[in-house]
Design a protein around this ligand. Sequence first.
Ligand code: KIV
Ligand code: ZN
Length: 394
Amino acid sequence: MKSIKIFDTTLRDGEQSPGCSMTVSKKVRLAIMLDRMDVDIIEAGFAASSENDFKAIKEISKVVENSVVTSLARCNKRDIDIAYEAIKDANKKRIHVFIATSDIHMKYKLKKTKEEVKSIVKDCVSYAKKKCDDIEFSLEDATRTDTDFAVEIIDIAILSGATTINIPDTVGYTVPEEFTEFLSYIKKHSKYINEVDLSVHCHNDLGLATINSLSALKVGATQIECTINGIGERAGNTALEEVVAAINTRVDYFKCETGINKKKIYEVSRYVQDITNSYVQNNKPIVGANAFKHEAGIHQAGVINNKKTYEIINPEDYGIYVDNIVIGIHSGKNAIIDKMKKLGFNVDDYDIDNIVIEIKKYCADNSSISDVDITRIVHNNEIKKLVLSKKNMS
Ligand code: KIV
Ligand code: ZN
């Protein structure tokens, strides 16, 4: 079975969504969760963009154990130096360099000719390669780039040392058939593309990010870039949970797999909602409140007789447990632990005794407590020693 790499950019493109900035300690905590969920690559930020990003990437590089840690960098030596400085302590590291290649971006943003862009790509990818073996190169606004120019740029990047070529649909403009034609053209005309990973990075301006990413699998993409809950610039990026669930549920069609530990998805989704204050809509696939609820009588009758009449996904596979226990003033520690598990928390990571005290105090003032408020209290009680002990080991 073909294995697809999952590149998570919640901490970089996700953080670019309005109102979604995260503190350094919350970013480190999220990176640990992504590592445990077995994402292949964590884009921890854009080191040259701010002190805060640099600091977060550096801390993340010290604690992530298995995932590759990467930082974004523009095609210039200063950005590449700063990116490398931020990731250099990581067990596995990658530098991700990008430059815009569409006519409109080159003319109005970069103010560079095609020849100039080609020479910048050669110089910068070779420069990054001297620091790090694993180099990803992205053609920003690729889907509005002249296809023959895209092929030229790709071959220059690979000859200069790129090991992954990423094709972003930066403005969420393309549609599945057009996108697969573009990728097939690259596959056919680039001399070297088959020697590296082919990645896609789609934005959701027309609601097509997930289907565009999935379509790319049929024409040879080996990496999908995505974010938890689909957060990201403007209308967001491809949602990790949707891609993973689609590949898993329709394995008969896609004939590939990811290494994601699916049971962790709900916990990570809840955490991202909480720390970004950006809550998913009720009908959001996989992680929305209504994703596994049935209201119509006909549907209910079907599900009672056989779940598969209306359920194509087992929520427990994604760490989601349907629950009708209400936590209130009379609830005990066991019920609270059970509730936490159902909400997708790994109970060992939290200070349970304090959580019980805080929940009971809340219930004394409010009679009962919602899942959202329980989640907030739990997140405030994450055990700091988890992060600290990992740091001390390094
Ligand atoms: O959308 C985009 O083009 C990007 C690149 C920088 C990869 O986020
Ligand atoms: Zn993007």
